[in-house]
Ligand binder design. Structure first.
Ligand code: NAI
Length: 460
């Protein structure tokens, strides 16, 4: 789907054309500062890592190219990496999620930021290329004058490490970069389930040229980020964009992975009647045993009042399902990409579209008089219509990425190209640091308990 500009009237700027580096706008960076320090106070893990990195300098002399949502929490992450000696080049991982004041604050502090809210699809990819080191038209780094075109002018530099959030940066790198640029990359981290799936496909066909640590795939992130963070923020985005009362509504959640399960539980906690669609029998069984009704999407379509997709797959809600839906049905997506709800089919079915009936809500009028409401243009509703994950969640997610990246910076020769798990001690260390900041204290195993658990001789 082509990206569209963020709806106007909600404080976001008009769509921008042409790649550009974020430039100073009076007052904007200061606005960003205030929001970054507000989030920082809720991010104890990154605060501890900032101090550790400042002392140990694990990234001294290294360039990190990052493709992340440009939010206050990302800024706290970027500052921790810079404290460790990294030069950071940042592009947005979603054209609609960039917060321009945050971009301005980072750019003022010397981060090379290539991101602006509401850019079109081509510019989005050009920004990624520029963050990777593609040169501007003058052969040097793009100077922010809108003249650079990454696709046709070669490369001014290469990153040592990469950070990705959905796989667009790594796939762009492998599609565009010459071998010398790819050779220089020591490795990277991927922060989403969808990105990890793309990387596994790249590994399977022998394309992935360096090791990438799957930061989204740890026990801690699955619990904190995918389940709790997504659940709360998706419901937040749904309610902000639609303004509905959720209690009593029939809510269909497609996909019962960690994200879908969290969303389903959160919607139920607010009084919704939640229905689940799944393709995996184990996940479906889990849903049934937790008290949810599981049924095919074709049967859920005429029943649901709200639909939330969280599958990481494509074409989950199609024209056939749209044709069955009730008047007033609300459609929202929580999956990484805008491919879960067939927005093109919805547009083709509609006789009229009323955009921005509320911020981030478009009403599609169908020929038979029904009206379907699409939130956030089918993009990740929690990032477009709400603030994304709360700072506490991003603290853990980014803290694990920061620890994994610093480990990778010193150990890349130990890892073959391909997708790697976060070492278990890094996951546990992140959890311990956060628990300690929260004032929670753990028991420790006694030596008797340790021997019992280690032995097969002892039973009852
Ligand atoms: P997962 O892969 O563990 O779970 C997805 C579930 O959807 C699986 O159980 C799968 O069987 C099911 N599924 C696949 N195709 C389906 C279909 N056509 N109909 C019904 N069910 C289907 O992934 P996880 O961690 O739950 O993440 C889901 C998506 O959410 C991914 O795209 C991920 O990147 C994204 N995500 C979004 C976040 C956000 O803030 N909005 C945060 C974290 C992840």
């Amino acid at each position: 789907m082509n990206t569209r500009a963020a709806p106007r009237g909600d404080g976001t700027p008009s769509p921008a054309r042409g790649p550009r580096r974020s430039r100073p706008v009076p007052g904007l960076a200061e606005l960003g500062d205030g929001r970054i320090s507000y989030s920082e106070r809720m991010m104890p893990l990154l605060a501890a890592l900032h101090d550790r990195f400042a002392a140990e300098r694990p990234f001294a002399g290294l360039t990190v190219a990052a493709c992340l949502h440009v939010t206050a929490e990302t800024a706290v992450f970027v500052r921790a990496l810079r404290a460790g000696g990294a030069s950071v080049r940042l592009a947005a991982s979603n054209p609609l999620s960039t917060q321009d004041d945050i971009a301005a604050a980072l750019a003022r502090d010397g981060v090379e930021v290539f991101a602006q809210a509401g850019v079109d699809r081509d510019t989005y990819y050009e920004h990624i290329a520029l963050a990777l080191g593609a040169a501007g038209r003058d052969g040097g780094p793009d100077r922010g004058d809108g003249a650079g075109d990454a696709a046709d002018t070669g490369w001014s530099g290469a990153p040592d490490l990469v950070l990705d959030d959905g796989g667009d940066l790594v796939s762009t790198l492998h599609t565009m970069a010459p071998p010398a640029v790819l050779d220089r990359v020591r490795g990277g981290c991927e922060g989403t389930t969808t990105g990890v799936l793309r990387l596994r496909r790249m590994t399977a066909d022998g394309t992935l040229a360096f090791p990438v640590i799957a930061a989204s795939d740890t026990p801690v992130t699955r619990i904190v980020d995918n389940t709790h963070g997504t659940a709360q923020s998706v419901i937040d985005g749904l309610l902000r964009a639609s303004g509905i009362l959720l209690a009593g509504k029939a809510v269909v959640v497609a996909g019962f992975g960690p994200c879908g399960a969290g969303i389903a539980e959160a919607a139920r906690a607010l009084g919704a009647q939640v229905l689940i669609t799944e393709v995996d029998p184990v996940r479906a069984l889990d849903a049934v045993l937790r008290g949810f009704r599981v049924l095919p999407i074709a049967e859920a379509a005429p029943v649901g009042e709200v639909f939330i997709t969280a599958t990481g797959s494509a074409g989950v809600i199609t024209a056939d399902h749209l044709a069955l839906m009730r008047d007033g049905a609300i459609l929202a997506n929580a999956g990484q990409f805008d491919v879960e709800i067939d927005v093109r089919a919805l547009a083709a079915l509609a006789v009229a579209v009323q955009t921005d009936v509320r911020p981030h809500a478009d009403a599609y009028q169908l020929p038979d008089g029904r009206r379907l409401l699409l939130l956030a243009e089918g993009r990740v509703v929690n990032l477009v219509a709400a603030d994304g994950h709360p700072p506490e969640v991003m603290d853990l997610a980014f803290g694990i990425e920061a620890l994994a990246l610093s480990w990778l910076a010193g150990n890349e020769e130990k890892l073959a190209p391909g997708v790697h798990r976060v070492p278990a001690d890094i996951d546990a260390e992140a959890a311990r640091l956060v628990l300690s900041a929260l004032g929670a204290r753990l028991d420790t195993l006694t030596s008797d308990q340790r021997s019992y658990l280690a032995s097969w001789h002892l039973g009852s």
